[in-house]
Design a protein around this ligand. Structure first.
Ligand code: NAD
Ligand code: AKB
Length: 320
C-alpha cells in the first residue's frame, strides 16, 4: 500500500478531532500531521500549530513533512461568521487559496474540502433540495463555501488537482463540541439531557434541518477520498444526507430515556439562517457515484449519544 502523508488543518475542531483519529488509524499515527491555530499539549500524534492564513508557514509544513494529501477543515462557521463577516470571508477564503496553491506547487496529490448545506439560500426548494439549484446563500459562511467549491472545481480543471468535497449537513457527535454553527443546538441538547437540565433552544421547535451523525460524516469523508478518481463526477461538492430532524423531534427521542426532559424555545438570529437552509437533501449523485449510504437515523443516534455522553459524564470528562 502506498503510504500517504496527511496534513489536517483545523484539527482541533468538532470534526477535525474525530476525523484525525480515523486518519491516524488508516495511515498510521506518524503519517498524519494535525494542525490548528490553537495549540495542543496532550495530543496523541504529530501536532503543529499553524495559522492556515499564513502561506509561508503552511508551505514550510508541507515541505517539512513531505505532505501528499490535505484535509482542509479550518474555517469559521455560520453563526460565528455573521458576527464577524469580513474576518470570516478572509479566513475562509485565504486558508483555502493557500491550500490550493501549496498543493499546485508541491507534491500534494489530493485535497479534501468540506462544504456545507449553508451554500443554499432562500431561492431553493427546501424539501429534498437538489444537487445544483440556485446557490444564493444568505450568510458570509455560505458565500465562502460556494466560492470555495468553485475554486476547487477551477483547480481541478485547470491544474488537475484531485480535490473532493462534501456538503455536510449539521454534524452531531459526542466526542467534541461544535464551534459556532446554526446546527450546534443538536449537540448541546444531549449534554443538557444527560445532566437532567432543561434545554434552551435557539431555534423554533419545528425547524427541520439536515443533520448527520459523526460516524456517518467521517465514513463519508473516507469513502469519497478512497473512491476511484473517475467516479468523482462532481468537483464542486456533493450533497450528502443523513436525516432531516427538528428540535421537537429530538426532545421526543430523548424523552424515551429521560421522560422528564424539557426544552424551552427562544429563537434568535440563527432562526433566519436555519430558515434559509434546506429541510432535507437529495443526495442521489453521491449514492450513484461513490455508493454513499447513511447508516444512522434519529433513534440510533440518540441511543448512542446518550450512552457515550453518560459514560463521559460519569468520568467527569464533560466541560459543559
Ligand atoms: P470547528 O469550528 O469546530 O473547528 C474549526 C477549527 O478551525 C477550529 O479548531 C479553529 O481553531 C480552526 N481554525 C480557525 N481559523 C483557523 C486558521 N486561520 N488556521 C488554522 N486553524 C483555524 O468546525 P468543524 O465543525 O470541525 O468544521 C470543520 C469543517 O467542516 C469546516 O470547514 C466546516 O465549514 C465544515 N462543516 C462542518 C459542519 C458541522 O456541522 N460541524 C457542517 C458542514 C460543514
Ligand atoms: C453550521 O451550522 O454553520 C455548520 C454547517 C451546517 O455548516 N454546522
Amino acid at each position: 500500500m502506498i503510504i500517504e502523508k496527511i496534513l489536517v488543518t483545523g484539527a482541533c475542531g468538532q470534526l477535525g478531532n474525530v476525523l484525525t483519529s480515523k486518519l491516524q488509524e488508516k495511515w498510521g499515527t506518524n503519517n498524519v500531521i494535525a494542525s490548528d491555530l490553537r495549540s495542543l499539549t496532550d495530543f496523541n500524534g504529530v501536532f503543529e500549530t499553524l495559522d492556515a492564513t499564513d502561506y509561508d508557514a503552511m508551505e514550510a509544513l508541507v515541505i517539512k513533512h513531505d505532505i501528499t494529501q490535505i484535509y482542509h477543515l479550518a474555517a469559521i462557521l455560520s453563526a460565528k461568521g455573521e458576527k464577524e463577516p469580513l474576518d470570516t470571508w478572509n479566513v475562509n477564503m485565504k486558508t483555502l487559496l493557500n491550500v490550493l496553491e501549496v498543493s499546485r506547487l508541491h507534491k500534494v496529490k489530493k485535497v479534501f474540502y468540506p462544504s456545507s448545506i449553508a451554500v443554499f439560500g432562500d431561492k431553493i426548494e427546501r424539501v429534498n433540495t437538489s444537487q445544483s439549484p440556485n446557490l444564493t446563500p444568505t450568510t458570509v459562511y455560505g458565500m465562502s463555501k460556494v466560492a470555495g467549491e468553485n475554486w476547487g472545481n477551477y483547480y481541478h480543471h485547470k491544474y488537475g488537482l484531485d480535490i473532493r468535497s462534501i456538503r455536510y449537513p449539521g454534524i452531531i457527535g459526542h466526542q467534541s463540541l461544535p464551534g459556532g454553527g446554526t446546527t450546534d443546538y443538536a449537540v448541546y441538547i444531549y449534554h443538557k439531557a444527560i445532566k437532567n437540565e432543561q434545554f434552551e433552544c435557539f431555534l423554533k421547535p419545528k425547524t427541520f434541518l439536515p443533520m448527520i451523525y459523526i460516524d456517518d460524516a467521517v465514513r463519508a469523508t473516507i469513502e469519497i477520498m478512497d473512491a476511484p478518481k473517475e467516479k468523482i463526477t462532481i468537483r464542486t461538492s456533493y450533497n450528502i444526507s443523513g436525516m432531516s430532524i427538528s428540535p421537537e423531534q429530538m426532545v421526543t427521542s430523548i424523552k424515551n430515556t429521560y421522560p422528564d426532559f424539557k426544552a424551552v424555545y427562544n429563537p434568535d438570529y440563527r432562526q433566519n439562517i436555519a430558515d434559509s437552509w434546506p429541510m432535507s437533501i437529495d443526495d442521489s449523485a453521491a449514492r450513484t457515484d461513490w455508493n454513499w449510504m447513511p447508516k444512522y437515523l434519529l433513534e440510533d443516534m440518540t441511543k448512542e449519544m446518550i450512552e457515550k455522553l453518560k459514560h463521559k459524564h460519569s468520568l467527569k470528562e464533560i466541560q459543559l
